[in-house]
Design a protein around this ligand. Sequence first.
Ligand code: XIL
Length: 381
Amino acid sequence: MTATMERREFLAGALALGACSPVVPASHAQESISSEGLAAHARRSGRYFGAAIKSRQLREDPDFTAAVARECDMVVEEYELKRGTTEPMPGKYDFSGADQIIAFAQQHGMRARGHALVWYAAQPKWLEPALKLANGGGREKLMTSYIDTAMSRYAGKIAEWDVVNEALEPNNGRADGMRQNSMWMQALGEDYIDIAFHRARNADPRATLFLTDFGLEHDSPRCERRRTAMLKLLDRLKARDVPIDAIGIQGHLKPFREGFNQAVFARFLDQLRGYGLTFSVTEFDVADRGGPPNPDKRDQQIAAVAKAFLDVALDNPAMRSILCWGLSDRYSWLSNFPDYKWPDGQLSRGLPLDGDMRRKPLWDAIASAFDAAPAIGRRRA
Ligand code: XIL
């Protein structure tokens, strides 16, 4: 038994919400904002902490911008490198939003991620019809042109890229677990993944190349099928020598709908590590719809499940960074997404800072998970 396993056994096995006592102190509303940010906690464990941001927030919201500078040493574009935004007309690019985010990262000495090169969603309207009309080589070029353009533009500035996002959907009929409703799968078959990673390696050989997906976290039949599909896909990709470096576990938790089990998640991360891959939690947040109506009670439960999840994530030496999908509840996609938003219009409470930029129990959970994590070696620049 490894030291890692011993530590894990110290943790509760399965998390029963409601039954667990608070693992973190109550609200931090009074805390001085001058104390060190999550990035400092991450750094001591040899890792990074970051958030998804929008350029408009940097232009228009100084409080939020200051919070990002204080809490983060990594950023990712919430939407401004998605092709639906950057290439509204074929070959006519608009990288203005991403440029601002990357300039901000550089000014603050932050590491930057690029999200996302090849995805089934958030694509420009012209693309799918163009793919249907193109011949074999033309179809490939419609995908690789974006990889070339975006990666060469930010070479040396974006350290890691989500090359392929959300390739899996085993809960939708395909026996091989691949997502059928993807224009790339339909145009090129599974080979699209191979082509994308080879092209990305070539476009910026220094970048860390990620395959990212959701629904890998919970102890549920849905997530179990998705974990199995991921491992089987990795078997095939590795057998074909596809140059993939890392797995992005999105980490959109929904604890009031599906359970979380530390042993199940720990085992999956060990399996991923067995492929020689590193990983990150790339889009962490906690959907709180369905939780207790009392916000303080809800915050405690959100923090408890986050701590259980992050303790396992950060126990693994291959886990390199944690990024939240947003930083403050002032701006969370969860407050607008049909499946997660509250019917009465209240803000979702799934991010570490509340709508007034105050730290919540979820902030403490993230900080204490970094503090408890066995430190890994010196971080790559
Ligand atoms: C979301 C953004 O947060 C929204 O603002 C946008 O409207 C839709 O996309 N998985 C992903 C992210 O990989 O790109 C998604 O981001 C959230 C789910």
